[in-house]
Write a protein that binds this ligand. Structure first.
Ligand code: SF4
Ligand code: SF4
Length: 404
């Protein structure tokens, strides 16, 4: 069994979050996993330079409480991430983490330079340029945000580790591992090599809809802590209304022996933030219906029988049948960033003129959703798989006929 603590915290009240983390640390025995004097890197998910209200990044109040708890164990702390867009320092500043870090003496780690590391246990993924700030640390604390993700369904702890890889190599990895299964294998190898000592997930306000960058904040009210990144993600998945077993990343990580994704194998303790009292204990499966947020808007991705069929049937079916990115022309600002972000060569997105809405070439598209993730205007959405598109088009036709 893996142990996960869920603290009921309804807003970003610093006192409540500090006392919640203190109670969770005590319950888990976190101090036994660190030694006085160690250099520990906090790895927040800093996808881009956006303000905390967007629910893209972990809230600075959570970061502050975590840093304080760790500092009390006589650890030397640093933090950092390699954002998909923006410079690391700009993302940390906009997310509100840089100000907190300066105040608490947490050093901004080097995420601008990297050293290529050969993985000792890599099965599918054998080497990568890892941020020197990560390599300088004795251990990692994974501080993730609960969000929807167009490729993986959700992003939490396991996906957060992708950010320790620096620079354009991240985009190229989507080409090297072009489908969800191979991408999940890659994440499993990366997590095995850089297994965090501790995971804290900010699910107080999560992101639903068009995540991980342009979705809507959704109040969920949970601060989640554990040692097993897969189990923490499974708890987040349940809050979103997923069966964790339906999420390829978690299923693969469990198969690779990185942790537990099956809710029956995860022991949860629910704590009340104000009193620190236990308000529930049992397996994650026991609390699934209680934890699931009603009508949480999840992406229409790649867990379906349709996806399995497309993986088996190959690129032709994938091109025509599978979910795909699409641009909302009325929202698009024609900035061209999606074209730059597209990692395939030749590109699956083209902009015929500088001020034109880019056009997709679905025959080249590997469905990595880098374009959707990077779009600063939120103009790229995920269109449903072929049957859904047919239904939507028939519905639009019926509506039009009624009007005519
Ligand atoms: S990144 Fe978004 S706003 Fe910019 S061109 Fe692409 S779709 Fe339009
Ligand atoms: S068009 Fe978008 S989803 Fe398709 S390969 Fe390019 S970045 Fe990935």
């Amino acid at each position: 069994m893996s142990q996960v603590i869920l603290c009921r915290v309804l807003d970003y009240d610093s006192n409540l979050i500090e006392s919640s983390l203190a109670a969770a640390f005590l319950k888990l025995g976190v101090n036994r996993h660190f030694q006085s004097g160690e250099n520990i890197l906090i790895k927040p998910n800093l996808l881009s330079a956006v303000s905390p209200e967007r629910a893209v990044t972990p809230h600075p109040v959570v970061f502050a409480a975590l840093a304080q708890q760790l500092a009390a164990m006589d650890l030397t702390l640093s933090y950092g991430d390699s954002p998909a867009m923006s410079l690391p320092a700009a993302a940390a500043h906009m997310a509100g983490l840089a100000g907190v870090a300066d105040h608490l003496g947490v050093v901004h780690a080097d995420f601008s330079s990297a050293t290529t590391v050969r993985f000792s246990q890599g099965i599918h993924f054998k080497e990568a340029p890892i941020a020197n700030g990560v390599l300088a640390a004795d251990g990692l604390v994974n501080l993730c945000k609960l969000k929807t993700h167009a490729l993986t369904g959700m992003t939490g702890a396991v996906k957060n580790l992708f950010g320790i890889i620096v620079g354009p190599r991240k985009a190229q990895l989507h080409v090297q591992f072009p489908d969800l299964q191979s991408f999940s294998n890659m994440l499993a190898d990366l997590n095995r090599e850089f297994m965090p000592r501790l995971v804290v997930m900010d699910a107080i306000v999560a992101m639903e809809g068009n995540g991980p960058m342009n979705g809507k904040p959704r109040a969920c009210g949970w601060l989640i802590t554990g040692f097993d990144p897969v189990a923490v993600d499974a708890a987040g998945a349940v809050i979103m209304g997923y069966d964790p077993d339906d999420l390829m990343v978690l299923k693969t990580a469990q198969k690779a022996g990185l942790g537990k994704a099956n809710p029956r194998d995860i022991e949860v303790t629910l704590l009340d933030a104000g009193t620190g009292m236990t308000i529930g204990e049992g397996s994650l499966a026991d609390f699934s219906s209680q934890l699931a947020i009603p009508e949480f808007v999840r992406p229409a991705v790649s867990r379906s029988i349709m996806t399995l069929a497309t993986q088996l049937a190959g690129p032709l079916i994938k091109r025509h049948v599978m979910e795909r990115p699409a641009i909302l022309p009325d929202v698009c600002t024609r900035c061209g960033q999606c074209v730059k972000a597209c990692p395939v060569d030749p590109k699956a997105l083209t902009q015929n003129q500088p001020a034109a809405v880019p056009l997709y070439r679905y025959d080249r598209c590997i469905r990595c959703y880098c374009c959707q993730e990077i779009c600063p205007a939120g103009a790229i959405v995920v269109e449903p798989a072929w049957p859904g598109r047919m239904l939507a088009s028939a519905k639009a036709h019926r509506t039009q006929s009624t009007r005519d």
